[in-house]
Write a protein that binds this ligand. Sequence first.
Ligand code: SF4
Length: 368
Amino acid sequence: MTAVARKQLPLRPAGPDTVDALLAWYDDERRDLPWRVAPGKRANPYRVWLSEIMLQQTTVKAVIPFYLRFLVRWPTVEKLAAAPLDDVLAAWAGLGYYSRARNLHKCAVVVATELGGKFPSTVAELQRLPGIGPYTANAIAAIAFGEAATPVDGNVERVVARLFAVRQPLPTAKTELKRLAATLTPPRRAGDFAQAMMDLGAGICTPKRPSCLVCPVQQDCAASAHGIAEQLPMRLERAERPQRVGYAFVALREDGHVLLRKRAEAGLLGGMLEVPGTHWGDLLPPVKEALRTAPVRADWWAVPGTVVHVFTHFRLEVVVYRALVPNNATLNFWAEPDRCRWVARRDMHGAAIPSVMRKIISHALSET
Ligand code: SF4
């Protein structure tokens, strides 16, 4: 990418020339990502699907090592379908939003057993599969099958809002931004176009301080011409995230094992391992009352400080208690011993433990 400032040319409305300019830029400047193929080529649907599911709510940088590990372990949809769900959840641990891993496995089973191992090629058919919403269906259809589909996520919304200088705030502008994005989607190279928009949004048309001077479509950008790029897209003010609080009890056995419990299959962090604790509510119950729910009788002591974790819909603050217990400790019946297991600290890396629980465990163990 040359950093030389371009001469300011008269604005031309975004259209086919914009697409050509963007595709030419993509041919030279695209990001080299492990799930991508050369421009003009069709990518493997399994790999596109796997990467797109992982990329939901997660950055490219965080996804790459997970993607590569999954591909080595489960190189085909059939192999992934045949894997035990617990292994998939454990391999997913650290990527967050664990319902994606459950749906990933469910979807693999459907494709492998009901569709002969082949992903469907249209947006409508793809959307019928578990875990595939409109964005992902459009991305797979465009990138893996060359369908003239238009995946629109936050990055693409921002680029389109700026190209067309859409002042209507999000989220009400979503439908209009989708419509405008679709007007640009070319009948040929739709997959490359989709990925070019993703790259432009990630690297050039960034939320703050977009690099308009080196942007391949600056000549067609109404927001840049009017000097309002950084103000777009506008947003309605968001309500504040609700707060929840709770206690967690980290029981450490003399042999170094930590007590963990499998969560219910449905709901938040479904099927993952957790540190036993109280319900997460609006108010912290009195300590005495909370300690009566501890999973094992022991001398519990409060670890200084708290653990904070931000979920999409709420902010959680956890007070952590810790206890050293004998190897033959008996669990209280309300801890649901059937769902509990003692996990060696060295085995935690590969276990299905979500980030919030890892934070709680390391907070407790940092005091040992
Ligand atoms: Fe974004 Fe600026 Fe390019 Fe317009 S010219 S698309 S605002 S980077």
